[in-house]
Design a protein around this ligand. Structure first.
Ligand code: PNS
Length: 160
């Protein structure tokens, strides 16, 4: 059986923290679907299409990564691509409660899909799309936090 994982998120936008998890996940699983899903608690800056294009650009050298979008339940997407794993990054203890809630919900919805966590590299443990957007909005230096193309697109958004 092929080991297929789904790496879900809002990716608004993708950061080096996400990329670290995707790269390392792609060494463990035969195929990783990076899927942009809707988080009803968030109001995105980038459209789904923009987010997909950025993820495609920065993952284009990883052959076993497929970038996709889905509007619906994560477990339904996982089933549609025969994935048996959900891959998420964990930064700090503060992530734990939120991750436990979505993991339990996903297990309740479909207990054939198992969630796996990878600890984010220490250098990215403070990093989130929200905190990067905040810094970019006020013209802070985000060069070490996101790939160059993401930095460029963030600058475009905030210089409008
Ligand atoms: O990057 P995020 O915003 O923390 O990712 C959260 C996401 C998009 C993975 C989560 O909100 C999600 O899975 N949304 C799809 C709808 C769904 O399946 N909800 C039930 C589990 S919470």
């Amino acid at each position: 059986m092929a080991s297929i994982a789904v790496c879900p998120g809002s990716f608004d936008p993708i950061t080096y923290g996400h990329l670290d998890i995707i790269r390392r996940g792609a060494r463990v699983f035969e195929k990783v679907y990076v899927v942009v899903l809707n988080n009803s608690a968030k109001n995105p800056l980038f459209t789904v299409e923009e987010r997909i294009n950025l993820i495609r650009e920065v993952t284009k050298e990883i052959p076993n990564v497929v970038v996709d979008e889905f509007s619906g339940l994560l477990v339904d997407y996982a089933k549609s691509v025969n994935a048996t794993a959900i891959l998420r990054g964990l930064r700090a203890v503060s992530d734990f409660e939120y991750e436990m809630q979505i993991t339990s919900m996903n297990r309740y919805l479909n207990d054939h899909v198992e969630t796996f966590f990878m600890m984010t590299n220490n250098q990215y443990s403070f990093l989130s799309s929200s905190i990067v957007k905040e810094a970019a909005k006020f013209h802070g230096n985000i060069t070490a936090l996101v790939p160059p193309i993401v930095e460029k697109e963030l600058k475009k958004k905030y210089n409008k």
